[in-house]
Write a protein that binds this ligand. Structure first.
Ligand code: CR1
Length: 803
């Protein structure tokens, strides 16, 4: 399409005029973005076709990653970088008087996810393609992604997100590959030629229409596919009010995680899950049949991964196809299914472990229910043989019990591999949460510590640091991120360290500008940028952070000689719309910010900023500017975390508990390059086993604690005296379930250590350097290589050239 700047410019101008029907002079930024995006998508289409063809001919085993979330963010710059044409394009545009940054800003984040789980899926897609592995994503094309957050008077307000309002240049609609997904109706059972036949009749059909997006690997010709399904009315509705049917149908792909406090919302969520699974598996089977005919060797050519329990109906759906359509026996079908499916657990939080009431499940998915029932019966029989008479254990482990279907149990029974997302998390699954299952299936359990794509989180988001690294150690680390270790050699190189300092400073200035534009707050770029960005949740303890800020403020007010290095505390966090407590914490952060930022008597030593609408594109500006990374979850609660890795890779130092992947970060950088505090997971879990600890004692014995806790409700924050009662109660009346007060003193101390450490600039930069140098392990390339080898048994597709 173009091979140099001149050709790029010519093609771009021609395309712009052709597609927009305007002259270049008349064109808007959006016209320019659309033109460029379409050009790039077409640019990759040859390789896209060839990748498919190559895999088909070589009969490569393929993996399909089923996920209810894909948090992609923006794709333009990312694709340009992976295609290695970012420079040609940005220079070509510059000659036309266009700044690539401005065009990039037109692109709305594809925010089809909530947080870590969805972003992990997006990082994995990038690594799969970049490692030439045949792996594809399957998800839902929600009309509205994660809500847009506004902060009004300190409160979170949610607005519907509209990423598709102007279309999406990266997708290709493939209506001819649609699939009809059946719901409701009933199953007729008959016998024909000695075989049981199951017919799902009177079903209401929903059409799943695929939208495919190319997933472009870095410096390779591999282009994989992310297939997102859109729900549309079927051409063959049964007798129904047509408008109502249309509305109900389209609602299936309307929102990510519809409110499920009522049955209607629960049904919708379950519908989404089956919709995703059935459409994905049937389209996989359709192309498989075309190539191989029979499905008897399916598991040797296909691997299906379920990201958390949302897509777990993949298990009974595959069984249904193998038994009802392929006419295999139960045992044959089970063998294939088990060997095809693998499962990742992402959390041990009880509220996230999905259970469906039978009264909802059975009528909506009658045939699938029969299969789940059969799986359960056979499983319980096996358990009976293993543990004769141990009813309690069997009841606890059953897939169906007390009129509910436990999705995690179905996943554990129906897949050959179960992995946690960090070493500690996997150990907790084995020793505690899933102990019974580990006893029965020890061979299924394994760990795959999460990772992040260094292409987005370093190369794209921190180009200056990337250049510095390349100048120092060459480019090999881009393909082998563990080679970042070579940076260790620069530990005593003061010129290098000084360059690191200057780059951090520039990145902080960029973020400071953004902060000022967005909030009006002016921050001091020579202060420590101390950042906590992630979903708002009690266990992540944004509360501990803000209470500590209140403590620092109290110290500054009490004692004018209190010596602290100036700090800017930055938060970004969305609270789930129905999560009352989390929303109160957002209000508290904003209330503290208001008070602290407007108090001239503290000489600007403290600033607090809440950045609204935290999302992937904003995150890309935040990580490069961080000095301190807050990873302060209650130990044992954060399965892994991935933000911790993004901060580390950009040279921030972690203040963290021994939780999730923080432990593995510490193991790699060494105790001297990280700030660890607080209870350990063992201690927390032991407390839980023995009914918790007594938060009131900590309140009475530590006057620093007493002071900040009292300030929540004693009029310290004028005009909002009643606002924080729920927080106050959680700490004292409900015994502080997340150990905020228990860890408070230890947190104050470690933050003093941070203060001291920062004052020694040289030392700090060396610590920062060590974090970058050791971050290669946390590239998702390492994670994906482990999945590919140890779970999926897939191999890279050799490089090839386009004809
Ligand atoms: C975990 O809370 C982890 C991500 C990705 C989250 C986080 O610690 O890094 O998954 N879990 O593995 C989750 O979203 C529904 O569960």
């Amino acid at each position: 399409m173009f091979s140099n700047k001149m050709e790029f410019k010519e093609t771009f101008l021609r395309r712009l005029e052709m597609t927009c029907g305007k002259s270049f002079a008349e064109s808007t930024k959006r016209d320019q973005y659309d033109t460029l995006g379409n050009m790039i998508r077409e640019y990759v289409s040859l390789n896209w076709i060839e990748t498919k063809e190559k895999n088909r001919v070589a009969k490569n085993k393929q993996v399909y990653y089923l996920s209810i979330e894909f948090l992609l963010g923006r794709l333009l710059r990312h694709n340009l970088i992976n295609l290695k044409i970012d420079q040609v394009v940005s220079e070509g545009l510059a000659e036309l008087g266009i700044h690539l940054d401005e065009i990039e800003d037109v692109e709305v984040d594809a925010a089809l996810g909530n947080g870590g789980l969805g972003r992990l899926a997006a990082c994995f897609l990038d690594s799969l393609a970049s490692l030439n592995l045949p792996g594809h994503g399957c998800g839902i094309r929600y009309k509205h992604g994660l809500f847009e957050q506004k902060i009004v008077d300190g409160y979170q307000v949610e607005l519907p997100e509209q990423w598709l309002r102007h279309g999406h240049v990266w997708e290709v609609r493939k209506a001819d590959l649609s699939i009809e997904v059946p719901f409701w109706g009933k199953v007729e059972v008959s016998e024909e030629n000695g075989r049981m036949i199951f017919r799902h009749v009177n079903a209401e059909m929903i059409t799943a229409v695929p939208y495919d997006m190319p997933v472009v690997g870095y410096e390779t010709e591999t282009v994989n596919t992310l297939r997102l399904w859109n729900a549309e009315p079927s051409p063959y509705p049964i007798n129904r009010d047509i408008m109502q049917y249309k509305r109900e149908t389209e609602s299936v792909s309307e929102f990510l995680y519809p409110d499920d406090t009522h049955d209607e919302g629960k049904i919708l969520r379950l519908k989404q899950q089956y919709f995703l699974v059935s459409a994905s598996i049937r389209s996989i089977v359709r192309s498989y049949r075309k190539q191989y005919g029979s499905l008897v060797d399916f598991h040797q050519h296909i691997s299906i991964h379920i990201n958390d329990t949302h897509p777990v109906l993949a298990i009974p759906e595959l069984m249904r196809i193998l038994i009802d359509e392929e006419q295999l026996s139960w045992d044959e079908a089970w063998h294939i299914t088990l060997n095809t499916i693998s499962y990742t657990n992402h959390t041990t939080l009880a509220e996230a472990l999905e259970k469906w009431p039978i009264r909802i499940f059975q009528p909506l998915l009658p045939r699938i229910y029969m299969i789940v029932n059969e799986i359960n019966e056979r499983f319980c029989k096996n358990l009976w043989d293993l543990y004769p008479g141990d009813w309690n254990r069997i009841e606890e482990m059953a897939i169906i019990a007390h009129d509910q279907i436990k999705m995690a149990h179905l996943a554990l029974v129906g897949s050959h591999s179960v992995n946690g997302v960090a070493e500690l998390h996997t150990e907790i699954l084995k020793k505690r949460e899933m102990k019974n299952f580990y006893e029965v299936y020890p061979e299924k359990f394994n760990n795959k510590t999460n990772g992040i794509t260094h292409r987005r989180w370093l190369i794209k988001s921190n180009p200056k640091l990337t250049d510095l690294i390349c100048d120092a150690i060459g480019n090999d680390w881009i393909h082998k991120p563990e080679l970042l270790e070579k940076l260790e050699a620069f530990k005593e190189d003061s010129v290098f360290l000084n360059q690191m300092f200057l780059i951090k400073k520039l990145n902080k200035e960029l973020l400071a500008k953004r902060i000022q534009d967005q909030t009006g707050i002016v921050v001091d770029t020579s202060s420590i940028f101390d950042i906590q960005v992630k979903r708002l949740h009690a266990y992540k303890r944004q509360l501990l952070n803000i209470l500590h800020i209140m403590h620092l403020y109290n110290r500054l007010k009490e004692d004018s000689s209190f010596n602290m290095y100036p700090r800017t505390f930055i938060f970004g966090a969305k609270a789930s719309p129905g999560y009352y407590y989390a929303k109160k914490i957002i209000k508290l952060i904003n209330t503290v910010a208001e008070k602290v930022n407007n108090d001239a008597s503290i000489n600007g030593k403290l600033k607090v900023v809440f950045l609204e609408n935290y999302r992937v594109s904003l995150a890309e500006d935040i990580f490069p500017a961080a000095d301190v990374s807050e990873q302060i979850s209650t130990a044992s609660k954060e399965a892994s975390g991935t933000g911790n890795m993004k901060f580390m890779m950009n040279g921030a130092l972690t203040v963290g508990t021994l939780d999730g992947a923080n432990i593995e970060i510490k193991d790699r950088v060494g105790d001297e390059n990280i700030f660890i505090f607080g209870l350990k997971a063992e201690e927390v879990l032991n407390y839980y086993q023995h009914g918790g600890y007594r938060s009131m004692e900590y309140y009475h014995h530590d006057k620093r604690i007493r002071k900040v806790v009292d300030q929540l409700t004693n009029g310290f924050f004028e005009g909002v005296e009643d606002e924080f009662e729920a927080i106050y109660d959680s700490l004292l009346m409900q015994n502080d379930h997340y150990f905020v007060l228990r860890d408070f003193a230890s947190y104050i101390q470690i933050q003093r250590d941070v203060d001291t450490a920062y004052k020694n600039q040289q030392k700090w930069l060396q610590m920062s350097l060590m974090n970058i140098a050791k971050s290669g392990y946390f590239s998702s390339d390492r994670t994906i290589e482990q999945y590919a080898k140890e779970i999926w048994s897939i191999k890279p597709v050799g490089q090839f050239t386009t004809s």
